[in-house]
Design a protein around this ligand. Structure first.
Ligand SMILES: Cc1ncc(COP(=O)(O)O)c(C=O)c1O
Length: 376
């Protein structure tokens, strides 16, 4: 047989992009020999809850044993908190695993997965990796065009991905807009609603999506411990969905997908309401200040409901990010997410944001026409 291993890789996987994470702080500091702040991956700048850290430390010594593969304690706590049964909770290796599993279980060649342009790239990757066709609907003013998305549904559509608030634009839709959208989705199409940043959308007065789930069971709600709970490094998140779907996802996941340390930390983090409140309040204050100061420089930040700010800076977005990097401020240029003229700045601590704003002020002075929108 003359076949090579490479030939076994299906065509639909060959063209897939590799996920490009934000530059690690250690790498920047090592390469440039400077102290850096990382505002590139929408992490929680205040860190994990002290209670979560204590809980993680307490079980570290059990790491010679496999963790609870059924994540019983955490599922029990989540079920109680969200008002659903334990069979309706699935704990995953971050919401990343849940995004992937939804497509792996439901899609295949001949079907279609639908999402928006300008949203979290792993949605498209999950759809394409399943062998299904990817259908992308353009955005309106940096937000999901839910009406156009509903119109784009065809008999081949199996899964639709939405993020509320959206990454990278920070925009969010209301409960009413979502209900109207859901009303146009046939029962046999799953809507994956990724709520990674929902805790930060304080001004929206959003109703709990579990209400919508109770009425329409073709909904899979994703939450993560990576953002407001500050546990991105431990890789843990969960889904709420119908037991039939979750049990199919359960068959495909790796046997011990989440570690005992992550489970213990997540359980304790859930209980530390004070820490969560402080993280949300600090983000709201700093997000407002960062947006206002960027606006004073002449930028027009998209109003953000998340823990990051999206700004169109012009065709030199990548060069501007590189300049900021050399000054020790890591932000995210967004060409790979379909916005070659934009950058995304995660909201940091007051000190980190000060450093970012002063670097930004210096960078725009260096631009040929000198100004925020000089290069446009
Ligand atoms: C919209 C969205 N969903 C999911 C994730 C990934 O979260 P997790 O760390 O839970 O895998 C991110 C991370 O930035 C995100 O922006």
């Amino acid at each position: 047989m003359t076949r090579t291993i490479e030939e076994l890789i299906p065509d639909y996987l060959r063209g897939l992009p590799v996920y490009v994470p934000g530059k690690p702080i250690e790498e920047v500091e090592r390469e440039l020999k400077i102290h850096a702040v990382k505002l590139a991956s929408n992490e929680n700048p205040l860190g994990p809850s002290p209670k979560a850290m204590a809980a993680a430390r307490a079980v570290l010594g059990d790491s010679n044993r496999y963790p609870d593969g059924g994540t019983h304690l955490l599922r029990e706590a989540l079920a109680e908190r969200r008002g659903v049964s334990q069979e309706e909770i699935f704990v995953g290796l971050g919401s990343s695993e849940l995004i992937d599993l939804a497509s792996r279980v439901l899609l295949r060649a001949g079907l279609q997965g639908l999402t928006s342009e300008g949203t979290y790239a792993p949605f498209s990757v999950a759809i394409r990796a399943s062998g299904a066709e990817l259908e992308l609907v353009p955005q309106r003013e940096f937000a999901f065009d839910l009406k156009a998305m509903a119109r784009a549904i065809t008999p081949k559509t199996g899964v639709i991905y939405l993020a509320n608030p959206n990454n990278p634009t920070g925009s969010a839709f209301t409960g009413k807009e979502f209900e109207e959208f859901l009303a146009g989705v046939p029962d046999g199409v799953l809507v994956v609603l990724d709520e990674a940043y929902i805790d930060y959308a304080v001004s929206m007065g959003l109703q709990d999506a579990v209400e919508a789930y109770r009425k329409r069971k073709n909904l899979l709600i994703l939450r993560t411990f990576s953002k407001v709970y500050g546990l991105a490094g431990l890789r843990i998140g969960y889904a709420i969905g119908r037991p039939e779907l979750l049990s199919a996802m359960n068959k495909l996941r790796t046997p011990f997908n989440t570690s005992g340390v992550a489970q213990a930390a997540a359980l304790a983090a859930l209980d530390d309401k004070e820490h969560v409140k402080r993280c949300i309040e600090t983000n709201a204050t700093e997000r407002k200040r960062l947006s206002e100061d960027l606006a004073k420089m002449g930028f027009r930040p998209v109003p953000s409901e998340a823990n990051f700010i999206f700004i169109v800076v012009g065709p030199d977005a990548k060069a501007l990010s590189d300049d900021l990097l050399r000054m020790g401020v890591i932000v995210r240029p967004l060409g790979w997410m379909g916005f070659p003229e934009a950058i995304r700045i995660s909201v940091g601590t007051a000190e980190e944001n000060d450093k970012c704003l002063s670097a930004m002020a210096r960078v725009i002075l260096k631009r040929p026409g000198k100004g925020a929108l000089a290069a446009r």
